[in-house]
Each structure stands twice: as C-alpha cells, then as structure tokens.
Unconditional design. Structure first.
Lengths: 382, 691
C-alpha cells in the first residue's frame, strides 16, 4: 500500500500533523522508535504554551495552538488540563525591564495581549514573590498551559479514529531516493512508500536528513525538569526568571491544573548531546533559584525530576519546509524546546504544506523557519 | 486513650509513658514523647487523617514508612507525612482535607554549601543484609558508609518479636529478630572504618556517580567507589472492591505500629495472605492483645512455614486456604471483610462468600525487591551489588548470610588479593537458607512410653536446626544432618526443655511418663503471656491440626524470663499426650462469620489500582483493551503512578491486569524510574548543613 504521507516521529509535531492530514482524507503512516506516542521529548515538556514570542512565525503558529488547545475539550471531548493562566516575566534588573518593555511594543503590533504589571499588581498574581528589587513584570493572560501527557494521547486517539496508521518500535534506517524524490522509507522492520515524507524526528532529525545527503543543523542539548506534590492553587501564571546565574540561564515554573508546580532550568553553558540520566546538580541549582525568587516554594515537596532535550538550531528558530535534496521531504524539526506549544498549530501548517494549500500568511510564517535560511539572526526572547 | 496503647507485652519492654500535649482538629490530645504523629493519632483512636482531594474518600495510615502520602496531615501549617514527623509539644495538627494549602509565611534563609563525601563502599540499608555486609567490610578495614532511613538500625528485624529460623551459627536462630538487629548493630561499633548514618534516606544515584542522601533532614552528596543495595523490599497490594477504605494496610505498617510504637491500631484484625509475613503478623497481633478474626490464603496451602500456620490455628485463629478477599466493606473505614472460596484458577466460587466483622484488614501478599538503587547505579556506571531482600525475597536468616557474602566480595573488590576468597561452602549455605519449605512428612514413630521425650511437631522441611544444636545430650538431629532436613529425636532426653524454649516454631512439646504412665505430663512452650495462664486453669488442648483433644487443667507454669517465655504443663491421658501440640487462647466466638455475607454490588472494576491518584481497575482495563501495554502511556492517560508513592504500589497491580487481559509480560513496557525516591521539600536541596 502506498501512503499519501509518511511522518517520521510520533511526537509533538508528528502527531498533530498526522491528525490534520488524516482529517483531510490523507492516508497517513506514523513511524516511531518508541513503544507509544510522545515517549521521546514530548512527554518531557512542562506544558506551558505561549504566543508571546518575538517574531511573526512563532507568534502565529502558537496563537493557533492556543486556540486549538483551549477549545479542544469543547470540540473533541477530552479534558487536557488546559488553563489560561498566562505567562509572566518578572524583572529585577533595569535592563531586563527595558528589554521586556521594548519587546512588548513589537508584541502589541502583532495584537498580542500582554501588559506590564507593577510589583504590587504582580504580587497579587504571585502572592509572596520576592518584592525586593522587583521592578515589575510582563503578564500575558491569554497564554496558558495544559498536560502534554493528556494532550498527546488525546491527539493520538483522535488520529487513530481518523485512520492514521502507527508503526511503533520501528526505526527508519534509510530513505531511498529516485530522481530527487524519496521513493521508499526503509525501517528495521520493513519498507514503505508515500508521496510525501515529513521529518518530525526531533532529536534524530539530523540523522534523518543525512539519509538524503542533507546537513540539517539540529543539535539536541539537555535540560532537566521536575514536578512537585499538588497543593491548593496559590499562584497564577508561568513565572520566567530570565536572569543568568552561575550554572544556569533562565528558569521557569508554574502550577498546573492538578495543583502541582512544574519547573525547568536552562543549563549554562549548554550540555550538548542526548543523555536522559539525572544529574546531582539540577535539584540544588534549580531549587535555590526558585526559593530565592519565591520563598514559599521551600515547603513544597518535589516528587519527580527528569531530563530531556531541546533539539536546538543555530538561531533558535524551527526548521520547517521542503528539503533541498528531496523535494517530497518536508522537515518539521528543530523546535528548540517549544515543540509542544508549536505542535498543534504546526500540525495544521504541515497539513497545508503537504496539500499545497499555503496562504499568504503561511508563506510569511515559513520564511522565518526556512531550512535554507542563513541562521544568522538571533531569537531575542527564547 | 488507654485502649489504643499497648501497656503490657509479653516480649517487648513497655517504657514509662512520658506524655506531651498536641491538638488535632482543635481537640487536645496526648502523645508519647518523640512519637510520630500517626501513632499518636491512632493511640487516641483517630484512624482517619483526612480526605483525598480527588474523591473525598477517607485517608489514613498505609505504609507507615514514609513511602506514600496517605497519612498526610497539616502540622503547624505545613503538610507533612504523619508517619515520619514526630509530635512536638502543643503542635497544631489538622486533618488534610483535599489539597493542602502551601504555607504563606516563610523566612528567607541562607544556603550553606552541600557537603560532599567520598567512601569506598556505600551500603544503602541497615537491615540484616546491610549490617552483615558492613561487618565483613569492617573486618577488612574498608572505608564504608552505611546509611539507613530509620532512627534504629536493624531494618525490619526491629519489628520482629519472634525467634528466628536458620542455624545458631550462621543466623542466630532461636534469637528474637529485634535482638538480632541490636546485636548486629552493636558488633559493628568495633570497626573504625565503618561509618553509620541513621535517619538518612538515599534519594537517587545520579549520573555523575553521586548519591543524594537526606541525613537528619540535611542534603548531602556521597561519591562511593561501589554501592551495596541492601534496601530491602516493598509489600505488594491487592485489587479488591473497597480497597481504598481507610484501615487497610500491610504487615510493615502493622508491625511498625504494634511492635515499634506500641500502639494498638485495631481490635479485630483480618489477614489476607498466608506467607510467613501474614502468619507472623497474626502472631504479633495476638501478643498485642488484638483479636485475629481470620486469615485467608488463595493457595490450597499456606506459603509460609507450616509451623507458623499450625501455631496460629491452634491458638484459635481460623485459616481459610483457597480463599481470597472479595471486598472490604464500610463507608470510610473498614467495618467488615468478605472472603470467597476460589477455584484452582483463583476464580471466585459463587455462594461461598463469608463476611466477618473487623476494623482493619492486613494485606500480606508478598514482597517485591527494591531494585531502584541497583538500576540507578548501573545507569550511572557505579559498580553495584545487592543483598538481602533487595537481591531476592527470603527470610532474614538468608539476608544475613548473603549480606556477609556480599561484604566479603566488596572487600575483595576494593582491597584485592589481601582479602581471602569466599569459601564455596558459603554459597551452598546461602542457597539452603533461602530455600522454600520442602516436603511435609509424618510424625516420627516413637514406640517407647518410658521416661521423657520431645515430640517434634515440625513436619515440614525448612532451613532451621537450633533444636539440634541446643540439646545437651545431642538427642535431636536432622534426618541427614543438613539444615533443611526434619529434626528427629534420636537419643536420651533428660527433659531439660531447652529445645522447647529455642524452637522458633513452638513446635516441640515434652511428654514425660516418669511420674505417671497413664497420665503423662505434657509441656508446652508459651509466649503470649498477655493472655495469662495459671495453675488450675482449664484449657482446650489441640493437636497439630487444631483439632480439639479435650479440656485439661494446667498443672504447672514455669517462667523463663530471659527467653520471655513460659513452659506450661498439663496432665493428659497417655493415648492423647503425644498428639498435644498446643492450647487455644482465642475463643472461637471471635471468628464467627456474620449471619449473611455482604456482597459488593459492583464487582472488581471499581477496585483501585492506584490509590494515590484514585485510578480504578476499570479505567486501566479499558485502555488495555484498546491495545495499550506501555505503563508510561497508561500513566500519561490515567495518572496511575504519578502520585506521591512514585508507582510503588500500582505497578504490580497494573501488570496483574495486563496479564489478566492476556498480555505477555515481555510485551509490557515498565514505568520509567526517576528521582526522587521519596518526596522531599524543595527547600532541602539548596541547603547544606547551616551549623
């Protein structure tokens, strides 16, 4: 049987893409290494979803993601734990306050709902936050969060219902090309044919691209995260502290729909490679910074920690578009740790790429994600 | 408060009550000084500590070991595990109703640096295996750190008031478990190279080969060259209707309350599981003045030692083999239990249901090795051994011996050739000590009716022989001289009674024909002195199968204070004397079933598989039927395994469901294990010792 589309990778990007393609009548096959959907880095996402980025591409895709996630339960029935709890970036240094406020101007131009709160206003949203030196905070109330675990399985079941085929525990070993197109996707268990192939392989996107002789600049680095016991709701938005400290760049945490605080820190310098084992450094490093900014957290019991990867690109923007080596290969990778929030919007966009239904806005979005761009610009607000 | 405290105990010393006051939900109560909140509450008759945030059902003690969070209360404004938090004077304790509130006022503090230490061997767990290993390492001057999460070393030995099996030489057979723990810990003191940290919980073996340890609440990092996992095992739970009710828990929790904290958490106990753990718990219950209503075992025979089962039966506790629990009945807490007979495929046989009034159900259906630390060390690339229950589930006698082997192996790995080789005989002994019970044989055919002789009611092969080593005339020997074989009387008994006093199974009586051939004197070992026996009392004597032989008068009672036992004598007609195995102590009226069985309306699928997140068997079964066999995916969808216990309880239950649905174990993808071993406040991590 020949498929319309084969998607390599059943994670944050591959799963929603498969759903929307199948709902457009496409015959879709998803091939994934793992035993179940979302078992690589999707399940490691902490669940924050924001549209308040700095460029049109990510803003547009995430805005659509928020719409999809917000309405998911009403439209499709499953509770995915969505909350419009917002994002906040408290500033303790003048330069941060200025950078955030400058960025807000751009964000307002794109029509995003983001505001500047005084320290007192912010203390109402995050009661007990360290006020000493607090200059204020951004607050974008329409951003939110949901459970990656519930969402991914909801999409998976919807995709199954829409007729998507899944091959788990199967590894793509070769992409055979003929006349500049992929003619066969070969795995360790069989081979498959399709009109189009999507590379949504996350950590392994570079290896997949290499199978058609393309060098894709996707380099995973390691991040650790944790979750606490649940307690009654005590603060609202995601709190992102963008300051650097020895050993770490920014870190962030929020209280999810279950009442658990989920937290994550960005190591500095980055720890390149793929290593899912936990280090002894993470908890002391991250808990110290969390308690310094929010002393109340000290009595909250940590339940579990884990480690995953951000498949990074050189400029911090995703790589989405057609391969230069095989015209029926579409890359959708290098999400730089934002695959979960980009996923639903990106899934729809991928279906439009495959079906040749791109709008003018889509083309504008794809410009910043172009696999053939020069990768020299810098994402100012990761 | 008195009815819920144990004020006299045949084996344990009951210390003077030093009381402090605290408040529970506004009511003033009293706690023993230094006691955990949970035990103080239970001693005050409080068994419901709060209500679950998901379904509002009652929560109470479950593991009594800091592993789950079902006993959570709010103490002075902070949600704590009541089994791990001592009562402080005038503490304000509130029940945990729904999700707790996070405390608002907290002081900002300085973060002292975290202490990092190196050692040659880190032993996780100070039970029989860990202590025995440490002794060997100490003998060879290996730089060893032994950590244990309790305040008293000895592991589960601390809770064992009964005498141990095995041999005197290798595993101190005939000595009581809690005494063995003390001896092992005491012996360790002579070794300078062994450092001991009690009250220290290992949290994880990290990828940078450091082990995170919370010592007296202070976080430390240890970098060992080698690790010995001697962390023991955890109890399995069962899936049955009503299994979320409060007052259902395992033997570990029960023994902790009764034997460590001397509280009486129940008046009427029903036990599920006839392995040694369940049988012994029944015996401990009797010694704590608790009525044991019955014990159900799903197999046609109890899996534990026959001598334990025989003992319980003749004391008057009915054992229902080929019976399984159908439901726990009650609104919030257990009011009764319903058991049912099962066929050879363990399917309930309709019409055989029986219900019994009880206030607590003890689940003792087996143990699972605690393998996390081994797996973590392997992943981190730290050489790791395991010993005791963490290696394979067996008796403590076996744990002591394989701990000794592991200790010597580690000493050799560190010190090289200067350490002697492990004798082959040790490995052989280790095999024997962990052996399962063997064949059941007949009584010895003793024809002589002169003099005095021991009657050995120990008819099942088990690795145990102190009766043979204690006999001053060498008159008891095992059939082939091995530890496993049955002991037989072979010589000249002088009637000293030493074998009666040392037998862990209380399975030897003396029959003395010397004074009266027609009415010989039968001597029975006794250690439930909380139910007193005195000269002139009439007691129902029973045979090995608890069949009644008649009611006879006690003719003498001799105290053996050191052994904490009594020898009780009866005069019994010659034709019955040798059949006498013991006497009843619990009246049968305590174990009568209710006139009508209580049968749950909905069977099976509303049973919880994940108590933490309140996930039912039905929810998980529905997913399995859709083809899901990855525990991580089941967790993602249902949250089973995401709760405070860290999938310590549900994993086995879900695997059981998968098996029931025909999924081969090889196809099941296990839960991914991650830090941390127990929940720890975030504030503990950035802070070293601020002193």
């Amino acid at each position: 049987m020949k498929y319309d589309v084969i998607i390599i990778g059943g994670g944050s990007i591959g799963l929603p893409a498969s759903l929307y393609l199948a709902e457009q009548g496409q015959k879709v096959l998803v091939i994934d290494l793992e035993h179940a959907p979302g078992q690589q880095n999707n399940k490691k996402a902490i669940g924050g979803v924001r549209a308040t980025h700095s460029d049109f591409g990510k803003i547009s895709v995430c805005r659509r993601s928020i719409e999809i996630l917000k309405n998911w339960q009403a439209e499709r029935g499953n509770d995915i734990g969505w909350m419009s709890n917002g994002y906040s970036y408290p500033a303790y240094r003048a330069e941060d306050a200025k950078a955030l406020q400058d960025l807000m101007k751009i964000q307002h131009e794109y029509g995003l709902n983001i505001q500047w709160l005084s320290p007192e206003e912010y203390n109402e949203l995050v009661p007990g936050i360290t006020m000493d030196g607090l200059l204020g905070s951004t607050y974008s109330p329409e951003d939110g969060s949901c459970s990656p675990l519930l969402m991914t399985n909801a999409i998976y079941f919807a995709a199954m219902k829409a007729g998507v085929n899944f091959r788990f525990q199967e590894k793509v070993t070769a992409l055979k090309t003929e006349a500049g197109k992929i003619s066969e996707v070969v795995t360790d268990k069989g081979s498959y044919q399709a009109d189009q192939v999507v590379n949504a392989a996350g950590n392994f996107a570079r290896e997949i691209a290499a199978m058609v002789g393309e060098d894709l600049g996707v380099f995973p680095d390691n991040h650790e995260a944790g979750i606490t016991e649940p307690v009654a709701r005590f603060f609202g938005p995601m709190v992102v502290d963008m300051r650097k400290a020895p050993g770490s760049a920014n870190f962030y945490f929020y209280q999810n729909s279950e009442g658990q605080v989920v937290f994550c820190i960005t190591p500095d310098p980055p720890i390149l490679g793929i290593d899912n084992r936990s280090t002894s450094e993470f908890l002391p490093l991250c808990s110290k910074r969390m308690i310094e900014i929010y002393p109340r957290l000290k009595n909250l019991k940590v339940r579990r920690t884990w480690r995953g990867q951000y498949p990074m690109t050189q400029d911090g923007f995703p790589i989405v578009g057609r391969s230069e080596k095989a015209q029926n290969l579409i890359h959708a990778t290098g999400m730089c740790g934002q695959g979960f929030m980009l996923g639903p919007g990106m899934g729809e966009l991928l279906s439009r790429i495959c079906l040749d239904q791109l709008s003018k806005d889509d083309l504008r979005v794809l410009k910043s994600f172009d696999p053939q761009r020069d990768f020299k610009s810098e994402e100012i607000f990761k | 408060m008195k009815p819920f405290r144990i004020e006299e105990h045949p084996i344990l010393d009951v210390p003077e009550l030093e009381l402090i006051s605290f408040y529970f939900n506004g009511e003033k109560m009293q706690a023993r000084k230094g006691e955990m909140i949970s035990s103080a509450l239970i001693a005050s008759g409080i068994n419901v500590f709060g209500h679950h945030h998901k379904d509002g059902s009652a929560q109470g003690i479950f593991c009594a070991n800091g592993q789950c969070a079902k006993c959570t209360v709010i103490a002075n404004g902070i949600a704590v595990k009541s089994c791990m938090t001592a009562v402080s004077p005038n503490m304000i304790v509130q029940s945990a109703e729904g999700l707790p509130k996070l405390a608002e006022d907290v002081e900002v503090e300085d973060f002292a640096p975290i202490e990092e230490l190196e050692c040659e061997v880190l032993i996780i767990g100070g039970g029989p295996a860990g202590l025995s290993a440490a002794t060997e390492l100490g003998k060879h001057n290996v730089d060893t750190l032994l950590i244990d999460d309790k305040t008293t070393l000895g592991g589960k030995l601390v809770l064992q008031t009964h005498k141990f099996f095995g041999s005197e030489e290798d595993s101190r057979a005939g000595t009581r478990g809690h005494d063995i723990g003390k001896i092992l810990a005491e012996n360790l003191k002579e070794y300078q190279s062994v450092k001991i940290w009690s009250n220290s919980t290992a949290l994880f073996v990290f990828s940078d080969q450091k082990v995170g340890v919370l010592k007296d609440g202070i976080y430390k990092l240890i970098k060992p060259q080698r690790i010995l996992n001697a962390a023991g095992a955890r109890e399995k739970f069962l899936r049955f209707s009503g299994n979320k009710l409060a007052r259902i828990y395992g033997a570990g929790a029960f023994q902790t309350l009764v034997n460590r904290d001397l509280v009486r958490p129940t008046e009427r106990l029903f036990i599920i599981g006839g392995g040694n753990v369940g049988l012994i718990a029944g015996y401990h219950a009797l010694q704590a003045g608790i009525k044991v209503v019955g014990l159900a075992e799903a197999m046609p025979e109890c899996g534990g030692y026959k001598v334990h089962a025989d003992k319980l039966r003749r004391f008057g506790v009915p054992i229902y083999t080929s019976h399984s629990i159908l439901s726990a009945n009650g609104d919030e807490v257990v009011k009764s239990v319903t058991i049912t007979e099962v066929d050879k495929n363990f399917q309930a046989i309709a019409g055989t249901e029986k219900s019994f009034a009880c206030d607590t159900i003890l689940i003792a259906v087996g143990l699972d090795s605690l393998s996390e630390f081994t797996l973590e060390a392997e992943q981190a690339g730290v050489p790791v051994d395991s010993a005791g229950d963490a290696l394979a589930i067996a008796e403590a006698s076996s744990a002591m011996f394989n701990g000794k082997i592991a200790g010597l192996r580690l000493a050799k790995a560190i010190k090289g050739d200067q350490v002697e080789d492990i004798p082959q005989a040790w490995y052989e002994k280790a095999e024997v000590l962990k052996a399962h019970p063997g064949e059941i044989k007949d009584y010895q055919n003793l024809l002589d009716t002169n003099g005095v002789m021991p009657i050995i009611h120990c008819l099942q092969e088990i690795p145990c022989n102190p009766c043979t080593t204690v006999c001053p005339t060498n008159s008891i020997q095992t059939e082939d001289g091995s530890l496993m074989a049955l002991p037989r009387y072979v010589g000249e008994c002088i009637g000293c009674g030493k074998c009666l006093l040392i037998c862990p199974g209380l399975a030897i009586t003396l029959v003395d024909y010397r004074k009266d051939k027609a009415y010989p004197t039968v001597t029975i070992a006794y250690e439930i002195m909380n139910i007193p026996v005195k000269v002139g009392d009439r007691r129902i004597l029973t045979d090995i199968d608890a069949q009644i032989l008649g009611e006879y008068e006690v003719t003498a009672v001799t105290d053996y204070k050191k052994q904490r036992m009594q020898l009780v004598r009866f005069k019994v007609p010659a034709d019955k004397a040798r059949q006498v195995a013991g006497f009843r102590v619990q009246d049968l009226q305590h174990s009568l079933p209710l006139s009508e069985a209580i049968i749950p309306e909905r069977m099976g699928d509303e049973a919880m598989v994940c108590l933490c997140e309140r996930v039912t068997a039905g929810e998980v079964r529905a997913l399995i039927k859709q083809g899901i066999s990855d525990l991580n995916q089941i967790k993602a969808i249902t949250r089973a395994g995401m709760g405070p216990c860290g999938a310590k309880t549900c994993e086995v239950l879900i695997k059981g469901l998968l098996k029931e649905e025909g999924i081969a174990p090889s196809e099941v993808v296990p839960n991914t294990k991650r830090p941390v071993f127990i929940e720890v406040p975030l504030g503990k991590f950035p802070r070293g010792d601020s002193k």
